[in-house]
Design a protein around this ligand. Structure first.
Ligand SMILES: [Zn+2]
Ligand SMILES: [Zn+2]
Length: 496
């Protein structure tokens, strides 16, 4: 029995055949459906086409099937969201718990108004070199009052800034964007894809916003790639994409970077030191608006910005904050606290990994997990709220730690300090094993030299294997000796 294409239940007694693109297409209707469509003035064939498209399980543009997406959780191209509409809506609702985008709306792209697109290839890569001047600039402590140990403040005595400043390392906002009509990177055929178009549009959008420098992944050497990964500017995934991966870095050090052809065509981000998601968002939003003037960004009125993975659909935004939580670990409360926060805030909290798979000591990242049905401002506010609470918890744990284990703590910190300042050779493993204690010493104000926690964070970055490797270029030096020199210069009481 031929079933009615409209209701899918009764027998389709009225059969209709047409040639479409030289292929015979068949339509079948039951009498009731046929009559009701005509009554409403709807062409039955068009209605069946619409239903077939809506329920399709394969994208005619890129060939991706619903089964592929079930397996990888990645769509093949922006058009997949349209051509497998019912399936896409269902999987988005399942992963996001929401069905409708709120927040930033795409502006229509007008090719005639897109900015000038040339000149980006004249770029250099000097900004990640470690020079003595650079070290001096970071560790100039002239504005700090030296001498006089700080009295330890309890969590309730601390102002909001006093709670967040030692705990928050950096704040980051990232937006995922894709180009209409182009397969997502995981599904891309390298030979028919023009990387230069993507790059020149993303580059042109930086005009008046930041000092953009473009590099294709295949042009970077291994230590440059490692340095970018350690600084969270590119992911390991992108570092391995030699065929069509690229990155735009910020020569002016205002925190911008853009990954091209990572999981999405464009992943723009802005990172600022300390606790300031609002500034990171405001800066990035300006670039993002420019980007939409320069490239045709894939956007859907119902689902918002379209992304390779349905978990990013909507705002495409991830707002994240890096936190240093040593006292919670010392107190044995870190696992419980993290689990409690995940439950009560519905956010993602995870340990931060350094190069390779080594977790960075006591560093965690809090970020939003939903991108659909919640706008950008609300997302930032939710993450901020959780971060403030987490900082408060850390300070309470620190308070308890000082009361209960003050002497053991002091002993540990002093040993770490003496080890680091006394070493003539330091491997990265030796260095990173002590860095957490050292930073805790700074927070408690018990080191001989008055340092800021941000200076310790920067020292950690400068001592990473790739930074040392870059600093050593053209020098016959032992990396461990160079690292030890750097550490002594920063930590010993004499100014460097
Ligand atoms: Zn019917
Ligand atoms: Zn597709």
């Amino acid at each position: 029995m031929r079933i009615c294409d409209i209701c899918g239940q009764r027998e389709g007694t009225l059969v209709d055949r047409t040639l479409k693109n030289n292929v015979q297409v068949e339509y079948a209707y039951c009498e009731a459906c046929y009559k009701s469509l005509l009554k409403r003035g709807v062409n039955p064939q068009i209605e069946v086409d619409r239903i077939r498209k809506y329920n399709a399980k394969v994208c005619p543009v890129c060939g991706t099937t619903a089964e592929d997406v079930d397996n990888t959780l990645l769509f093949g191209c922006p058009e997949c969201y349209n051509s497998m509409r019912a399936y896409a809506l269902r999987i988005v609702a399942e992963t996001q718990g929401a069905t409708r985008h709120v927040g930033k709306v795409a502006i229509p792209f007008d090719l005639s108004k897109a900015g000038a697109r040339s000149g980006y290839l004249k770029s250099d890569f000097s900004i990640y070199a470690t020079s003595k001047d650079f070290v001096k600039r970071i560790f100039d402590t002239s504005e700090l009052k030296i001498g006089g140990k700080r009295r330890f403040k309890t969590a309730d005595e601390c102002s909001e800034n006093e709670l967040t400043a030692p705990t928050v390392i950096s704040s980051r906002v990232r937006l995922a964007r894709n180009l209409r009509g182009l397969a997502f990177p995981s599904n891309m055929q390298p030979y028919c894809h023009n990387l230069d178009d993507e790059l020149s549009g993303a580059y042109a959008a930086s005009k008046g916003i930041f000092d953009a420098r473009v590099r294709k992944i295949c042009e970077l050497d291994n230590s440059q790639k490692k340095a970018l990964v350690e600084r969270h500017i590119i992911s390991l995934n992108l570092a391995n994409n030699e065929t069509n991966g690229a990155v735009i870095v910020d020569g002016g050090n205002t925190g911008f970077s853009v990954m091209i052809n990572e999981e999405d065509h464009i992943r723009e981000q802005c990172v600022v030191d300390g606790f300031d998601l609002q500034t990171a968002f405001k800066r990035l939003d300006a670039y993002d608006t420019n980007l939409m003037r320069n490239l045709p960004i894939a956007y859907d009125n119902e689902l918002g910005f379209l992304t390779a993975c349905p978990t990013n659909v909507g705002t495409g935004m991830r707002a994240s904050v890096m936190l240093f939580l040593p006292a919670l670990r010392w107190e044995g409360a870190i696992e419980d606290t993290l689990a409690k926060f995940k439950r009560s805030y519905g956010l993602t909290i995870r340990g931060v990994f350094g190069e390779g798979s080594e977790p960075l000591n006591d560093v965690y990242q809090i970020s939003n997990s939903k991108t659909l049905g919640v706008d950008e401002k609300t997302t930032v506010a939710q993450v901020e709220e959780a971060v403030k609470m987490m900082c408060y918890c850390e300070r309470v744990a620190l308070e308890k730690l000082v009361l209960d284990k003050g002497n053991a703590l002091l002993d540990d910190i002093t040993r770490s300090y003496n080890f680091l300042t006394g070493a003539n050779k330091l491997t990265y493993q030796e260095f990173s094993a002590e860095i957490s204690n050292l930073k805790l010493g700074v927070i408690l104000g018990i080191l001989p030299k008055d340092l800021k926690t941000s200076q310790i964070d920067k020292l950690a970055l400068l001592c990473s294997p790739s930074s040392i490797e870059i600093a050593m270029k053209n020098r016959l030096q032992n990396p461990s000796v160079l690292r030890a020199e750097l550490v002594r210069a920063v930590l010993s009481e004499e100014r460097c």
